[in-house]
Design a protein around this ligand. Structure first.
Ligand code: ZN
Length: 259
């Protein structure tokens, strides 16, 4: 058993990738001390399973649900109502992942529709007083502009922006969550962000089953890989892993208190 407590602020534990060995995934995470989990759900049915699971240990296990930006095209009104019902459930701690993704979407009208849905979900989060978990891909400036205009409490998941942009987000009170890319050779930005940001606003995540860190890059990711990421973050800051993990843990509790 690890004596360090680690946070995974972003894992898709109810993704079908984990269906066959869910218990093993949890056992390996516990073994490594990765006990603070935020389970991300991109469908309301997934969220219902996650909320039932989280009831066993509300203190450590949190659930997030939100309409993923690329899902806006196929979203029916009935689906949206189900999503909003789950998002209002007290067992759902965070609204996410929500945000903007322009990578495959070149059509300006469709992009506008995504912005509209993002703003709508921020408004709901504010009404419910829940933090948001934000996905932003090829849309950093628009994401920032919206989060500046529509102020809320939240984190940037797998933050991939520059250190300068990172500071702007932190200035508005947002947190930056870092994952596997911190360990990738070509991800200079991520390491610069870790090295230079206010330590009070950094969080750790895997984005399991995606984005496995070195030295297990390319495999199915799972929460038990968090120590690789946090060790790299510690190296960037010239700190002990234990010290940065403790800081991340306290950041997480503060984040959940909307502070
Ligand atoms: Zn995700």
């Amino acid at each position: 058993m690890s004596h360090i407590t680690y946070l995974d602020s972003h894992c898709h534990l109810f993704d079908e990738a984990f269906e066959s060995d869910f218990e093993g995934v949890i056992a390996r995470a516990n073994e490594k001390g990765v006990t603070l989990l935020n389970i991300m759900c991109t469908s309301w049915s997934e969220a219902e399973k996650a909320m039932a699971y989280a009831r066993q240990d509300r203190e450590h296990i949190k659930v997030s649900c939100g309409i993923f930006p690329t899902d806006v095209n196929e979203l029916s009104e009935a689906d949206k109502a189900e999503f909003y019902r789950v998002m209002k459930d007290p067992e759902c701690t965070c609204i996410g992942e929500i945000g903007l993704d322009y990578y495959w979407e070149k059509d300006e009208a469709m992009r506008a529709k995504r912005r509209e849905l993002f703003i709508e979900q921020i408004a709901l989060a504010n009404e419910l007083q829940k933090p948001i978990c934000v996905h932003s891909r090829d849309a950093m400036q628009d994401t920032f502009d919206i989060m500046k205009e529509h102020r809320t409490h939240g984190l940037m998941h797998s933050f991939s922006g520059s250190a300068e942009m990172g500071r702007e987000f932190i200035r508005l009170g947002y947190y930056l969550s870092l994952g596997g890319p911190v360990t990738f050779k070509n991800a200079r930005h991520a390491r610069e962000v870790v090295a230079s940001m206010d330590l009070n606003y950094l969080l750790s995540e895997t984005d399991s089953p995606y984005m496995a860190p070195e030295p297990v890059r390319g495999t199915r990711n799972e929460p038990s890989n968090i120590p690789y990421i946090v060790a790299k973050m510690a190296e960037c800051r010239n700190m002990e892993t234990e010290a940065i993990a403790a800081q991340i843990e306290s950041n997480w509790h503060r984040f959940l208190e909307l502070k």
